[in-house]
Design a binder for this molecule. Structure first.
Ligand code: ASP
Length: 321
């Protein structure tokens, strides 16, 4: 009898710890930045569509701090059972060099589900900030470098990377004000407590369109369809200043292959969902292609991006520790 039960269990549970009826309870997706910011916005849209497909609730948990590395650490340590995931961006690659010590292995602690989207950034300022063009901004911050403040979401954030590239391009170091995400940074920009920042269109488009903040440039290679008057940084004096903030969905290392397959398939379905496509377009971005929304594509992207940014960061000489 015991033998029969063991055989039955083997048949019903093909890979250890993975049940055929997965998922049979809510899944948590950790966002390593504050609620209301761009990574949070992207995650909530995708989670809603995946939840429809999986027939289970997906709870978004914001674990901000240390440029996204606290949230990544939380997921690296989580039970690899398919019920805790991480939606993180380019910071997964830059943190690998920015932090000489991390509580996880950027390339060893996670399983991959797929790329989600690549979002352009915009260089924006409080509405009454004096400069009106990118060139004026460059001149102004050079002349006022001791008083101008730059908001970011901590070392390892995309806003940190963009600010670091900007400061090194104009050879001027500024005072940075770190937040747990650019959601709260945007609140302070709107309130006039900080001067400027660089942030994903998924957080800035509506505010730019409403005229609530000033926008100087986009970091995309071409102008954006929904902000056609906004020049690219390359067009306005920062030649080759292009940053795309790619986002990926991860699971802790050791997640059952059956769960990985189910989640990766669900991500693909979510990225084709018309409501996701439409909302992404309104926010100046597009879902990853079906070929990119795969575990192999995310793994290859993370590996190549760690290599791409390592020399840039080493040259800038900025480290978190
Ligand atoms: N945009 C932020 C960053 O600078 C993160 C966020 O709040 O989503 O990386």
């Amino acid at each position: 009898m015991r033998f029969l039960l063991a055989v039955l269990a083997f048949v019903l549970v093909p890979s250890w710890g993975f049940a055929q009826d997965y998922p049979d309870r809510p899944i948590t997706v950790v966002v390593p930045f504050s609620a209301g910011g761009p990574t949070d916005t992207v995650t909530r849209l995708v989670a809603e569509a995946m939840s429809k497909d999986l027939g289970q609730q997906i709870v978004v948990e914001n674990v901000g701090g240390a440029g996204g590395t606290l949230g990544a650490a939380r997921v690296a340590e989580a039970e690899p059972d398919g019920y805790t995931l991480l939606l993180a961006h380019i910071g997964m690659a830059t943190s690998a060099t920015l932090y000489r010590q991390l509580p996880y292995e950027p390339l060893g602690s996670f399983d991959y589900l797929g790329l989600v989207t690549e979002v352009p950034m915009t260089i924006v300022a409080r509405k009454d900030f004096e400069p009106n063009t990118l060139q004026e901004l460059i001149d102004y911050v050079r002349a006022n470098k001791d008083t101008v403040t730059y908001a970011n979401a901590g070392i390892g954030a995309a806003s940190h990377l963009c600010g670091m590239l900007f400061m090194s391009a104009i050879d001027t170091q500024l005072t940075t004000v770190p937040y747990k995400g650019t959601g709260p940074a945007m609140t302070d920009l709107l309130g006039g407590q900080v001067d400027f920042m660089c942030d994903q269109t998924t957080n800035t488009t509506k505010q730019i369109q409403a005229g609530a903040i000033k926008a100087y440039a986009t970091t995309s290679p071409e102008r954006l369809a929904n902000l056609p008057d906004l020049p690219t940084a390359s067009e306005s004096g920062l030649d080759g200043f292009v940053v795309g903030v790619w986002h990926g969905l991860y699971a802790p290392k050791g997640t059952p292959p059956g769960a990985i397959d189910r989640l990766a398939k669900s991500l693909q379905i979510a990225l084709k969902d018309p409501s996701v496509v439409e909302r992404f377009a309104e926010l100046g971005t597009a879902p990853a292609s079906q070929a990119d929304a795969t575990p192999d594509a995310l793994k290859a992207k993370l590996e190549s991006e760690i290599e791409r940014w390592r020399p840039v960061i080493q040259e800038a000489g900025v480290y978190a520790d």
